[in-house]
Design a protein around this ligand. Sequence first.
Ligand code: SAM
Length: 289
Amino acid sequence: MTNETWLNETLYAEWGQRFLVKRELAHVKSDFQDIRIIESHLHGRVMFLDGVVQITEADEFVYQEMLAHVPLLAHGDAKRVLIIGAGDGGVLRRVLQHRTVDKAVMVEIDGEVIRLAKEHLPAIGGDAWTDPRATVIVGDGIDHVRQAAPGSYDVIIVDSTDPIGVGEVLFTDEFYANCSRILTERGLVVNQCGVPFMQAEELRETSLRRAKFFPDVFAYVAAVPTYVGGFMTLGWAAKDAGCRHVDVAEIRRRADVAGVLDTTRYWTPEIHVGAFNLPPYIGMHLPRG
Ligand code: SAM
């Protein structure tokens, strides 16, 4: 791409955002997707996969903090964590901020995403890549959940692309059945579930699927400016409904013990609890319990 030209996101055919490109840092066709990283004027570096914005340096903190801190602190004793996708390293970094976590396994299908993120977005993964508690596997998340032993993980975090292409398998019955099998007794899984103002079907259909395998299915919200269309939903499926109803004081206490209190820019104990209060236009897409 030529410097100082506009790059359009191609997520929706009829609506979109665009970035004025300061310079292009990488543009690679991997075995799985088209990967582009640019330097922008207002959002720092931005990574696109198949023309869709995945992460910007300016607002990644919103998404990563909510995807990592909410499930870990809701669970309250998460020692073994599985992360699927998330090749930029941001979720891995937030998970390993919790000194209470013993082991984080990350399974990303595209080694090129990891390589390019380390080279061009080094602050996002930070020291997490070399943390001795981290195991990074290049492979398909569906294969990992098929093969993992029962009760292997306390929390599963799915930071995937949308349910098209390689990400599609991570939204299936088979995937959620295996998540339930490989989670411990009080285990829970969260996932990137789209922007319901534009992608309500994604939330509706995957919630119905999760409800076949988990007694407590819900969603919580985060406002990520560059995922256009208002709130993004993070899907929630838990074996123990109690994990969703922990009060602010207890969440604050757990965050303090974990070492994440006052380290965040979006997540707070109050936002954690409040994020489960859904506007009706979002809540209407969840199965009635
Ligand atoms: N935060 C971004 C968002 O919400 O738009 C998504 C992060 S992006 C790094 C998602 C990652 O999921 C991609 O790197 C992609 O390669 C990976 N991915 C997609 N399908 C996968 C699969 N079946 N197994 C493992 N990783 C997968």
